[in-house]
Ligand binder design. Structure first.
Ligand SMILES: Nc1ncnc2c1ncn2[C@@H]1O[C@H](COP(=O)(O)OP(=O)(O)OP(=O)(O)O)[C@@H](O)[C@H]1O
Length: 657
């Protein structure tokens, strides 16, 4: 089964007139890759680092982003795959600029359309392009290709195959770039836009432009239907800054609510929840396919610069980190042609004439996508949704049969097709190998994690052998008979071996952390933290630092872990000893609850243990935020007394409070 993670790109816009310029948020590039660095709002001496494969700074151009991150995905639409690119970020962070741009700096949408037409022209197959464009305004869907004054609210429905669609949405065939430009320009005038203190042309709705690409392959007698969804989300708004009036406030509430549901969907997917709340907003319902569904996804995080936007930026980046873990399972949408031979009529027929038209046609020549009522849903025999791999020729033994020679294919094109098929098959086999490796690894991790937990319990009780009986036999059994020190060495050796084995099997820069499930990542992170803590207790600070950094690759959005790394870096750099927080003895559930209540509650308890923070990583955002705020308040209270003391000491002062 082949999975595709949602790709992430982050783009920092330049300061615009009237904004104060500072470096609170910046793009850093080094040998290890690129990251967005943000100063900790609570403690400027600390920096949060968010590594992403694509980070664009203030000088980046529209062309770079398109060529590096979007153009490779456009190609997929020609192979029957749905691709969704969405721009996410706080209001005024540059989403519309990135997606639409302007005449001088055209954005992703015009570039993608141009690219599609260029590809179409060079194809030897018949291809047709259609466009649909909708906006979600106050949780209602409107067609942007019909006259605004008469536009009705469109219902969101699901067909028998489980595909979500917007009923009665127009689809307009476009044959040239000029066709598209005039349709798009006219449609954009319909979009809900207003002026706020932060943006004179602030989008008040989420806009989804879809380019439907149909390619008819007469040789195989089928039509591939790919889609490119280009989504310009409305920005989250802090109404202290926007200065919104009552009407804008109502829009703002709807925008913030739908983005909050988007956050909940991402969180539920990440935590493996059995119910994903897609239905809680129209936005998530329509984007369902891009989040944990069958399309390939790219999230562009737009970031506004400077201290003023720092908290919003952290929220956006944390959302991105969570989204990065979502796995989609792309499928090829392929329809067997009813009549063999090339055909340009890949567009569904217009609604039956007896059906009352709800909306007038604004654009001449456009066809309305019929509402697929159950009786009109294509039978499974005529529309297939298939796993992309099944399109590959058989490869046992490795031998690729060239596809039948279409009259207009050149020798070079045939060779390219064969090479592509081989490449895909190799990728499939690699994926199978990885799946086997993953399974082996997860079994080993389960044993490793329980061993490290037991090791940590051993430390708590200062009893080295009382818990041996309760540890699992098997993988780690020989270690249990040795001393604790050698046990740790062995645990580290096994973790290293696990990564090395994975890297050997994957020479194409896929990291172990990238392929583990969220639970396995958390477990591995936890094992590294346990080892790191043990080394820091012995004052082997450099080793501990390395291990904490390793842990961070598995749980990158764990704030406590980032803080711990900064503290140890400080101690190493200043050649100072490092005193770990005193570890509390384990208590029974009820006793623990009683004590927590007396001593100021759960938040204080959590703040005391780095290990617990990793364990509890992934709890809901609200409690994370509460913790951060509570810590921030305590930090401010003690700031005066702590001047000149290292970060670790400050924490101890707080703990004593
Ligand atoms: N990379 C950039 N280079 C130059 N100007 C930019 C860039 N990104 C954004 N801007 C400018 O910043 C302002 C806000 O950008 P934009 O309207 O795209 O933000 P937005 O995120 O779409 O906001 P909203 O959510 O309120 O619609 C605009 O004036 C835009 O031209």
């Amino acid at each position: 089964m082949s999975y595709s993670r949602v790709r992430i790109a982050a783009r920092l816009r330049p300061a615009i007139p009237g904004e104060q310029h500072d470096k609170a948020i910046r793009v850093v590039r080094n040998d290890a890759g690129s990251s967005i660095c943000v100063d900790n709002p609570r403690d400027p001496s600390q920096t949060f680092k968010y590594p992403f494969s694509s980070c664009y700074d203030e000088q980046s151009t529209q062309e770079e982003i398109f060529e590096r991150d979007v153009q490779p995905l456009v190609e997929l639409a020609f192979t029957g795959i749905t691709v969704t690119v969405f721009a996410y970020g706080v209001t005024s962070s540059g989403k519309t600029h990135t997606m639409q741009g302007n005449k001088a700096q055209p954005g992703i949408i015009p570039r993608a359309v141009e690219d599609i037409f260029m590809r179409t022209a060079s194809l030897h197959y018949q291809a047709s392009i259609q466009v649909s464009y909708m906006e979600i305004y106050k949780d209602e869907v409107y067609d942007l290709l019909v006259d605004r004054d008469t536009a009705a609210k469109l219902p969101v429905r699901e067909n028998e195959a489980g595909q979500v669609f917007v009923a009665n949405l127009s689809m307009v065939p476009v044959d040239t770039l000029q066709d598209f430009d005039s349709i798009f320009a006219r449609a954009n005038k319909q979009r809900s836009v207003s002026s706020t203190n932060l943006n004179s042309v602030s989008s008040r709705s989420h806009a989804i432009l879809t380019l439907h690409v149909s390619v008819v392959d007469p040789v195989h007698n089928m039509t591939l239907r790919g889609k490119l969804n280009l989504v310009d989300l409305a920005g989250s708004e802090n109404n202290k800054h926007t200065g919104n009036d009552a009407a804008r406030m109502a829009e703002s509430a709807a925008i913030n609510k739908s983005l909050s549901v988007l956050g909940q969907v991402v969180h539920a997917l990440n935590s493996g929840a059995s119910r994903i709340p897609y239905r809680n907003s129209k936005l998530t319902r329509i984007l369902q396919d891009a989040l944990g569904g069958s399309s390939v996804g790219l999230l562009i995080c737009n970031l506004a610069p400077g201290t003023k936007f720092r908290q919003d930026t952290l929220n956006t980046l944390n959302f991105a980190v969570r989204t990065k873990n979502i796995q989609n399972k792309p499928v090829v949408n392929q329809q067997v042609n009813a009549i063999a031979g090339p055909s340009r009529s890949t567009i569904p027929p217009p609604a039956p004439s007896g059906r009352p038209s709800l909306l007038p046609n604004m654009i001449p020549g456009h066809t309305r996508l019929p509402a697929p009522r159950p009786s009109r849903v294509p039978r499974p025999s005529s529309i297939e949704v298939i796993d992309a791999r099944s399109l590959l020729p058989p490869l046992e033994p490795v031998k690729v049969e060239p596809p039948p020679l279409p009259v207009h294919l050149t020798e070079e094109e045939i060779n390219a097709r064969i090479a592509k098929a081989v490449e895909l098959e190799v990728a499939r086999r690699l994926e199978e190998e990885r799946a086997r490796e993953r399974q082996r690894r997860e079994e080993e991790e389960a044993a490793t994690a329980s061993a490290s937990r037991s090791a940590s319990m051993q430390e708590d009780s200062h009893s080295q052998d009382s818990s041996l009986q309760s540890l699992p036999s098997g993988l780690l059994t020989p270690l249990l008979k040795s001393s604790r020190e050698s046990h740790e060495d062995e645990l580290k050796r096994r973790l290293d071996e696990l990564e090395a084995r994975f890297e050997r099997a994957n020479k194409n820069a896929v990291q172990l952390a990238d392929v583990l499930s969220p639970i396995s990542r958390k477990k591995t992170g936890r094992a590294y933290v346990a080892l790191a803590r043990s080394h820091s207790n012995k004052n082997n600070l450099e080793v501990a630092l390395n291990l904490y950094r390793k842990a961070e690759t598995y749980v990158p959005d764990n704030v406590k872990l980032k803080e711990r790394i900064i503290e140890i870096e400080w101690a190493v750099k200043n050649n100072r000893p490092f005193n770990p927080s005193p570890k509390k003895p384990r208590r029974s559930g009820s006793q623990s609850r009683r004590e927590r209540t007396k001593s100021g509650g759960r938040r204080k308890h959590r703040a005391n243990s780095q290990y617990d923070a990793v364990e509890e990583e992934g709890e809901n955002d609200a409690s994370e935020k509460e913790n951060t705020e509570a810590r921030g308040k305590r930090r401010m209270k003690t700031e005066q007394a702590e001047m000149g003391t290292p970060p670790k000491k400050r924490r101890l002062v707080k703990a004593e409070e």
